[in-house]
Each structure stands twice: as C-alpha cells, then as structure tokens.
Ligand binder design. Structure first.
Ligand SMILES: CC(C)(COP(=O)(O)OP(=O)(O)OC[C@H]1O[C@@H](n2cnc3c(N)ncnc32)[C@H](O)[C@@H]1OP(=O)(O)O)[C@@H](O)C(=O)NCCC(=O)NCCS
Length: 288
C-alpha cells in the first residue's frame, strides 16, 4: 500500500485517502469546528507517520471534511479512533465511509477484531456502531483518589507471572489512545519494570494491578499513579486499591487514578476513589 492511493468515490462528492503532512492545517481547522480543545491536532504529526493502520481523511473539493485513525496492534486487533466529520458535511455517509474503509483495511492487515470507545451519550456514534454490527463490551468511568499513608502493596515477582496472568487474562488493557486485549507479555513487562503490584501471600497473589507514575501533562493537570489494570477477587481488589493509594504517596504523585469497567465501580468507590467526571465511556467491539 502506498498510502497515497485514493479509494473510489464512496459517495457523491468526496473521496478517502491517507492523510499527508500537508493536511495538518485542514485537520486542525476541522477539529476546531467540533471541539476547540481536541487532542487530534496535538497527535497529528505522530499519527501521519504511523504505519500501523494510518490516519485517513475524507476530502471534498480538496478540503478535508472528515478524519479518522486506524491502529492495528499486534497482528489481530484494530482500534478505530478520532472520527470527525465537518458539521457542514454530515448525514451524507462520510462517517460510514470512513468506518467501512478502516474496517476493510484492518481486515487486510490481519485484524480479527475492531474496537473503539466513545462517550456514553454520543448518540450518533452509538447508532452508527449498532448499524454496523458493533456491540458494547465495556463501560468505563474515570476515578481518582488522594494518596494516603496506607502501606503500599508488594511487587509481583517474576515467578508469579502465571498466577498474575491467570487472574487478569481476558481483560482489556487501555493504553494512550487505544485499548487492546491484555497479553501475558504485558504482565511480564510490568513485573520487570516494577509496575506490577499484588496482595496475597508470596506465590499466591489474590489480586494484581499494573500501575505506573505519570508526571503532569496538558491533558492530565496533576501527576498520578495510573492504574491501568486491576484484577482478582473483589475484596482483594479493594484491599489492593487502598494499598495503591499508599503507593501514590511513595511515588510522590498527586492522585491515584483508574478507569475501571462498570463491574468494578462499587469496589473502586469502596476503596475511597471518587468519580472525576460523571460521563462514562463505552467501548464497542466487532469481529472482523
Ligand atoms: C458522529 C459523526 C462522525 C457522524 O458523521 P456523519 O458523516 O454525519 O455520519 P453518517 O452520515 O455516515 O451517518 C451514519 C449513521 O450514523 C448515525 N448518525 C449520524 N449522525 C447522527 C445524529 N446526529 N443523530 C443520530 N444518529 C446519527 C445514523 O445511524 C446514521 O445513519 P442514518 O442516518 O442512515 O440513520 C459526526 O456527527 C461527528 O463528527 N460528530 C462529532 C465528533 C464525534 O462525536 N466523533 C466520534 C468520537 S468517538
């Protein structure tokens, strides 16, 4: 694939092609019309070079009227993000075409499943997804808590990898801008980096978490211990989340933060974490 190829016109008056560096201005203007503080212009330079699925634009009369990113991870999972269509060009099938184009591309790159996330109240995307065979697989909300003087949790040891994996397999793993199935290698890497925590006796962890300190950024005003995964029996998860507030103190960050799926919301609350935003995000999935 050259990336410069323009797909056949998918509807009257526009075409889809890979974004070029010179599209930055057009993408920026488009995003500014939708969300003035959109993150897409910030990541444009990285995304336009990213070969894992590419950034795509819909173009009409040489103007960018739509944008969408595809990221294929590992070999089999696709993440669809940053779908935006110019308000003056909506309801004409542009989003549908950008979706179909990326699904087709994802399939050809070997992906077997496609996912995306969107705000729970984004009616347009919810409809677009259900019309295209996606189903909701997860609802997440962001919670955070202040550090405490609780004892931090213990680190998971390398020889506990199998146990940690047994507790956590099957979960979605949220990274910056994407989510994918957790892999055993994610746990192994977190253990090596001393970012995998547990409660429970040595050799038999009853709950595990992956958490790493993040410095403050433009998007996340405060520094935080980002808890990217927590798994295990509910009471042990609660104990671990309390201990991670102690870890936040040790790591000298402002907050411990986690975006758990709905089945963990009550446990996270019980550990003293509070909702940061009321809005939830829904993750949709479709087999390819
Ligand atoms: C959501 C968005 C991408 C849709 O773009 P679009 O080009 O107008 O969408 P399409 O014309 O392809 O519409 C396809 C389907 O989406 C759904 N849809 C689109 N706009 C809708 C709306 N305002 N209300 C309800 N459903 C809507 C419908 O099911 C529609 O099919 P139908 O009209 O035959 O029922 C566009 O409104 C947009 O850019 N919104 C702001 C950015 C955004 O929310 N992005 C998603 C972030 S995850």
């Amino acid at each position: 694939m050259t990336g410069r190829r323009t797909v056949p016109l998918v509807a009257e008056g526009f075409s889809i092609r890979a974004a070029r560096p010179s599209d930055k201005r057009g993408v920026k203007a488009l995003c500014a019309r939708i969300w003035p503080d959109d993150y897409v212009p910030e990541v444009f330079d990285d995304w336009v070079r990213d070969r894992r699925g590419r950034l795509w634009v819909a173009v009409a009369a040489e103007r960018v009227i739509g944008v969408a990113k595809l990221t294929v991870m590992g070999e089999r999972e696709a993440w669809l993000h940053a779908l935006r269509v110019d308000p003056d060009h909506r309801k004409r099938g542009v989003a549908t075409a950008l979706l179909a184009h990326r699904l087709d591309r994802a399939r050809r790159l070997g992906a077997r499943v496609a996912r995306l996330d969107t705000a729970e109240d984004n009616v347009a995307i919810h409809r677009l997804m259900s019309r295209n065979g996606f189903r909701r697989v997860e609802r997440i909300k962001y919670y955070h808590a202040r550090p405490t003087s609780d004892d931090p949790p213990r680190l998971v040891r390398a020889r506990e990898l199998a146990e940690a994996w047994r507790l956590s397999r099957g979960r979605l793993f949220h990274e910056d801008y994407v989510a994918r199935a957790l892999a055993r290698s994610d746990i192994a890497r977190a253990i090596r980096r001393r970012e995998c925590f547990a409660v429970g006796p040595p050799g038999r962890p009853s709950a595990v978490a992956i958490a790493a300190a993040q410095r403050r950024s433009r998007w996340m005003g405060r520094s935080r211990l980002r808890i990217r995964l927590v798994a295990g029996a509910r009471s042990d998860v609660r104990e671990l989340l309390v201990a991670l507030r102690g870890q936040a103190r040790v790591a000298r960050v402002d907050r411990a933060g986690i975006a758990p799926p709905s089945e963990l919301w009550s446990v996270v609350s019980a550990a003293g974490y509070r909702r940061r935003w009321h809005e939830a995000m829904d993750v949709f999935e479709r087999r390819l």
